[in-house]
Design a protein around this ligand. Structure first.
Ligand code: FE2
Length: 213
């Protein structure tokens, strides 16, 4: 059957949009060097975090289960959490969230990820939060992308695959290549994974969650 003429084609409305927020933090040139120093210092002093990473098969170091006051320990991390807070407010407006007056968006956790060459982080989401995100400190050439998964994927019984090279909004998985200074944010239910780090150097990032409380 011939394609329907564009003039006769019924309009298609996009519903239930999944938004990915991206900002490039370029106006604070000293921030990244200070953040990198903070991440390396945290790794050096955090024996508990290093042991947790080892026990749990994390290829590198994460402070996820060991340090909960990075923003107070390191001024640069404190500054990053302020920046993330500003962007979270902006993203919440883009999402048309009505936050009300009795509750507010608050950063509930922030942690360091230092991923060694050959490391990855399997598919997951961030329960009990409303917004999640990552700021990229060091992204060497060939370092992992972050890949997001269509949240409806488990419901697509019998759905055909997508055409090769189709538009990003039609894909079931979308990879994003961050740069040093990139800040990504998404709604916490959005499943994502960090692909294999093929770089020869470590990939350093700082992740965070916001809750509404
Ligand atoms: Fe994550």
């Amino acid at each position: 059957m011939a394609d329907v003429s564009p003039l006769l084609a019924p309009p298609v409305e996009f519903l239930f949009a999944t938004r990915l927020y991206r900002a490039e933090i370029a106006d604070e040139p000293d921030l990244n060097a200070a953040l990198l120093a903070a991440c390396l210092d945290a790794e050096a002093v955090d024996a508990e975090g290093r042991a947790w990473s080892e026990r749990n098969g994390y290829t590198g170091y994460t402070s996820f289960e060991s340090i909960d006051d990075l923003a107070r320990r390191y001024a640069a991390v404190g500054r990053l959490s302020e920046i993330a807070g500003t962007h979270a407010q902006r993203f919440a407006r883009m999402l048309d969230w009505d936050l009300g007056t009795k509750r507010r968006l608050a950063m509930s956790s922030l942690w360091i990820n230092i991923l060694n060459p050959g490391g990855f982080h399997g598919s997951h989401l961030h329960p009990l939060s409303v917004l999640s995100g990552t700021y990229y400190v060091s992204v060497p050439p060939g370092a992992s992308t972050i890949s997001f998964e269509d949240p409806r994927l488990p419901l697509m019984m019998g759905a055909p695959p997508r055409r090769e090279g189709c538009a990003r909004e039609s894909r079931s998985h979308v990879g994003v290549v961050p740069r040093p200074g990139s800040l990504l944010m998404w709604e916490s239910w959005l499943r994502h994974e960090v692909t294999l780090n093929r770089a020869e150097e470590r990939r350093v990032s700082i992740s965070f969650n916001f809750s509404w409380r």
